[in-house]
Write a protein that binds this ligand. Sequence first.
Ligand SMILES: Cc1ncc(COP(=O)(O)O)c(C=O)c1O
Length: 370
Amino acid sequence: MSKKISTSNYKPGLDIEFVKEKYHLKDVIKLASNENPCGPSEIAIKAFDKEIRSLNRYPDGKCTQLKKQLVKSLSRRFVKQDNIIVGNGSSEIIELIGKTFLSANDEILFSKHSFIVYKLVANFTGSKVIESKLITKHGKEFMSSDLDDMYKKITKKTKVIFIANPANPTGAIISNKKIDDFISKVSTKIIIVIDEAYIEYACERGHKSAINLVNKFKNIIVTRSFSKIYALAGTRIGYGIANKDLISKLNNKRQPFNVNMVAQAMARASLKDPKFLKRSLITYNSSRLYLYKQFDKLSLKYIDSYANFITIYFGKNVKRVFNELLKNGIILRPLENYGLQNYLRMTIGNSRECRKFVKILKNILRVSDA
Ligand SMILES: Cc1ncc(COP(=O)(O)O)c(C=O)c1O
């Protein structure tokens, strides 16, 4: 069983100002928190400027306008406003799922090396973490959840299952068909969360979202984030989609004004800016392919990623590489917290950031830049 963790030992990516001060640097590039280097969208920034004049007012606690916009943007016949809950980041939706469905002695099931917030939820609800295996055979599914093993780990006490797709910190993906088959086998009493914080990047690579499964299964919740492709991490906003009874149960546990009005306005505006989305995906694709090519040339091993980060294997050099990068103004994310001590996770930045990172990395690995 995994050890208990709490917010005090959740280790976020190092802060840019902290690194500047510590190493006396002018230019620091943060590639540690899976943020979008292109954003926020200009239309969202205009919405921000407009919204600050109304900050004497409370926000709309129901996020009505945003939900209307989401219904339009998601354009699925079965998704109505009462199928949506908006949260202070998708992390809040994950927390609400814990508050609503978990208590002491229940079991919460997810795969090894999963997003750490699932463990925080287990911790505050007193529920027991059960971890399933990853697929370790090299190939297309390397490091994705082994759903057969997950199925075997279900017991009478299992209340909630979390599947991040794509997963963080591996970036691995499970096909929609496999998820559908898995959910079909599981008792409808168990809540299954499909965490799609990075789904837009995966769709760009041909993957299908699980949103359509909400129409088929009453026990699933799909969570989405505005922190990644929509580049609004600092405003804290995300949402969940599910059957309306589940959404109503989650709503009973949230604060009345859980999402601030700047976040609501910026999220609404972002949904109306497809050009920004396109530009972000073009940047993502070209940087990802550039990095893969460079890593192949350097004979570095990495996990093929369907998200906006790449997890790279550095073996016994991992600490040295991390520290040297830091001294040169590049912040990556160590993964010992996730039980992946030989890997570092890097956000896929823009072209300038990636080229600078590769140049410094070559120096550290003592490879000539010819
Ligand atoms: C898999 C996964 N889910 C959810 C989140 C939470 O995102 P947010 O709370 O910013 O919407 C993250 C953030 O990094 C993540 O990696």
